[in-house]
Write a protein that binds this ligand. Structure first.
Ligand SMILES: Cc1cc2nc3c(=O)[nH]c(=O)nc-3n(C[C@H](O)[C@H](O)[C@H](O)COP(=O)(O)OP(=O)(O)OC[C@H]3O[C@@H](n4cnc5c(N)ncnc54)[C@H](O)[C@@H]3O)c2cc1C
Length: 328
């Protein structure tokens, strides 16, 4: 860092970048330091669809945070992504897609209020007991991370690659630190509550699909496919506690088979690549501050499989915390 920044953001995934954009656009001098640049993070692997809290049954919602808080973060993100979707170069677009589950939803009030909601016909269900259409933003993460990076530098932000050794080391660099290290907060923040949940995607040539399919049942093996122009992203799986970033050929075959069972055109699609990422699972999202060696450290991690969908809501909340710190 050539000049001492107002804020050091550790991490250049969707969480760190979005937070850094918010702070830099408020006129603060923001520096990002990250081991992996944006295109090599877990964020670059995400499918990515918004909607976790939207489809979660309040009675059974995962404990990302109190349900009302996750809804607030989600709604803020929906608004921001809705505006971004008006500019296709951002990689965001509103797309109709099918949501499917092996389990019944107890309370569908919120789900039914979402744009484009309609029940699937028996043929569209693809054998799932619960299946409905919704139109929500989906995000081509490669293009979107480029967009965020451009927006951050246009606002005067700077970025370097490299490991930050510890919270104490970060605290020596700036009066405010944002910890956006995802699953690696397990080490960086010495937080044993964070565990990796490994996910593998298979990228195939898009055989002409324009709508997506997303299974939201719980479990280690689910089915989703997400079209981003010529690329079609196939998933999914969840390997709890698995830190490996190596593609697993057996999983590749299983993912293709599951997706092809829903959409037969996928069976013969040419495979372009395999990508692996580590979600940061935690009993609840950690968005809070603490003082380390006299610096304010604001943690923003533990978003499990919903960091993209929560990114703007959480970043705006960090922005409020930081502005209170810096400007009072
Ligand atoms: C297969 C798969 C599908 C997914 N689909 C979706 C989806 O549809 N919708 C959705 O919302 N989410 C989805 N997710 C989840 C989403 O990808 C993650 O929640 C999100 O990427 C986490 O972003 P992040 O910025 O918090 O962390 P990351 O993207 O993991 O970034 C962490 C950053 O911290 C840096 N870092 C770590 N330690 C240090 C250190 N000591 N010093 C410096 N830098 C450090 C890393 O280098 C990296 O830059 C999916 C995830 C996977 C794996």
């Amino acid at each position: 860092m050539a000049q001492r920044a107002d804020v050091l953001v550790v991490g250049a995934g969707v969480t760190g970048l979005t937070t850094a954009v918010c702070l830099a656009e408020q006129g603060l001098a923001v520096h990002i330091q990250a081991i992996d640049p944006p295109r090599r993070t877990t964020s670059a692997v995400a499918a990515a669809v918004l909607g976790g809290p939207a489809i979660a049954d309040p009675a059974e919602a995962p404990n990302w945070a109190p349900y009302e808080t996750t809804l607030r973060w989600h709604r803020t993100s929906l608004e921001e992504f809705g505006a971004l979707a008006e500019r296709p170069e951002t990689g965001v677009r509103i797309t109709p897609g099918r949501w499917a589950s092996k389990a019944e939803i107890q309370d569908t009030t919120w789900t039914r209020s979402l744009p484009g909601y309609r029940d699937c016909s028996p043929e569209e269900r693809a054998g799932f007991p619960v299946a409905f259409w919704m139109s929500l933003p989906i995000v081509d993460m490669h293009r979107y991370l480029d967009h965020l990076t451009g927006r951050f530098t246009a606002a005067g932000g700077t970025m370097t690659t490299g490991r930050v050794g510890s919270l104490r080391e970060a605290a020596a660099e700036a009066p405010v630190v944002v910890n956006a290290t995802g699953a690696y907060a397990h080490h960086f923040a010495a937080d044993p509550k964070v565990v990796p949940v490994r996910g593998q995607h298979v990228i195939v040539e898009n055989p002409g699909l324009e709508t997506y399919f997303f299974e939201f049942s719980r479990g280690a093996a689910t089915t989703h496919f997400m079209p981003h122009g010529d690329r079609l992203i196939l998933g999914g799986n969840a390997g709890r506690g698995d830190w490996s970033l190596e593609p697993d050929p057996a999983q590749t075959e299983q993912i293709i088979a599951r997706c092809a069972a829903v959409e037969p055109r996928i069976a013969d699609a040419r495979v372009l690549g395999v990508e692996v990422g580590l979600r940061a699972a935690r009993p609840e999202i950690r968005l809070e501050e603490e003082v380390v060696e006299g610096a304010r450290v604001i943690h923003n991690y533990g978003h499990s499989g919903v960091a993209v969908g929560m990114s703007w809501g959480c970043a705006r909340e960090v922005e409020q915390l930081v502005l209170r710190t810096v400007r009072t």
